[in-house]
Write a protein that binds this ligand. Sequence first.
Ligand code: ZN
Length: 315
Amino acid sequence: MPELPEVEMARRCLERWAKNRRVQKVIVHEPRVLGRGRGAGLGALAGARFTAFDRRGKNLLLTLQKGGAPLGLWSHLGMTGKWLLRRRSDEPPRFSRVELLLDDGAILHYADMRLFGRLRLVPGGDFGRLPELGALGPDPLRDGLDAEYLARTLGRVKKPVKLALMDQNVIAGLGNIQASEALFRARLNPLRPARSLSPEEIRRLKRGILDSLQHTLKKSQIERLARGAGDIIYVEERKSDRAKAAEGSVSDNPFLVYGRAGELCPACRRTRIVRVIQSGRATYYCPRCQPGARHLSPSTSRPRATRRLSGSTAR
Ligand SMILES: [Zn+2]
């Protein structure tokens, strides 16, 4: 599922591909990406020119101009949404749901295998009215992160800190992967109640979040350049997230702990990474570098530790 770094990559790509380009024609192959009861579709984009490319959390906010007036296009990538650039002579990508034919002969494809992503016209480009944006927390890349805000907000939350970080109203853009990675960098146990963090731990968490996002963003760009493709390369949650991440043999895994259950912790090199399930999603951490889980109620997670862990940590 695209998280903040991947959506930011999508934003940068769209800006490079479509800035000042005029949409000549819109083809909607799959109306479901427009959501239910969402009016007249995307036809009004025809004749409009892309001018601005913004993002808040996982929301892409694209502004076009048509007849001297702004027109907004909101795009959420859901679980498998991608923007792809193709020439008109190219084969369309798999799962292309919408095509925007541009005046330079290129086509922007919105592809989405699982169809959880959404596109919607926003009259006047007035994104502030979108209900999806109303309660969003700060976007760490766009707005920065304030330790006082984090302390105040997390201080009210009883649930485990990993789940609090995935709440878009706390911080916009973090998902399952980034939350695990940020907590590892901050040396904080993901099962701890969010409100149990000390001011010093909050500061570490803030650093961990920003470092993890920057690392992934850099990695995404590198991979993209290396492949020489016009496509955005997402760092994706693999199906192994549920099934076989324990083998941890994925050579291109750019993450420190995510998908690495059973591997030696890259920080201490003494303990193996553990995988637990929190609210149906896999969490990875090092019990030595991120201590504290054993003090918590087992009901907060279903243990699924690898064998060969020392008994004190696997629970
Ligand atoms: Zn460790």
